[in-house]
Design a protein around this ligand. Structure first.
Ligand code: ZN
Ligand code: ZN
Length: 174
């Protein structure tokens, strides 16, 4: 199994990232490497006209990250978009190297609700597993509690689990 490199991309809520290491190691049965934060990648992806950050542009830059046989997951707290959608929670190259997750819309406070650190951590983990799953070649899964189930709203994330279903697990270990 390739190792997974977690790269904090400023601006980012740093506290949540180390808490992802153990669960990701368990779920993907591989080495997890916590990299030093990078500061310029997100800035270069800023789109003036939308006041958001282009996730595909972030992926393009992450592909250049020096690596051996690893998957690279960038984590940031800015609001991401792709041109055809209002926002995205993250994006990944299907079966490729790079993926990115945003914590922006996973935080209750942007919906006017009280902060909920446990729920926040769970959402970030689920989206990290989801985007990494795409990196490992997984498509969306119809199993409701599988992390590869598609989520277009934060409520969808809360319904699913952080684990991969048996079928998805079988595909990435094949
Ligand atoms: Zn997806
Ligand atoms: Zn599945």
């Amino acid at each position: 199994m390739p190792s997974i490199r977690l790269i904090p991309l400023h601006p980012v809520v740093l506290d949540v990232i180390p808490t992802l290491v153990d669960p990701l190691r368990f779920i993907f049965s591989g080495e997890i490497v916590l990299e030093k934060p990078l500061s310029n990648i997100v800035l270069r992806a800023y789109d003036d006209s939308r006041a958001q950050y282009n996730s595909t542009e972030i992926l393009r830059q992450l592909i250049d990250f020096p690596q051996t046989d690893s998957k690279v997951l960038g984590i940031t707290s800015v609001d991401l978009f792709v041109p055809v959608l209002t926002y995205v929670f993250g994006e990944a190259q299907l079966g490729g190297v790079a993926s990115v997750v945003s914590t922006y819309r996973l935080d209750n406070t942007i919906y006017g609700l009280p902060a909920d650190p446990v729920l926040f951590f769970e959402r970030v983990l689920k989206e990290a597993v989801h985007e990494l799953g795409h990196s490992f070649g997984l498509y969306h899964c119809r199993t409701l509690d599988c992390a590869m189930h598609a989520s277009s709203a934060v409520e969808d994330i809360d319904v699913k689990g952080a684990m991969l279903c048996d079928e998805c697990r079988r595909q990435i270990s094949a």
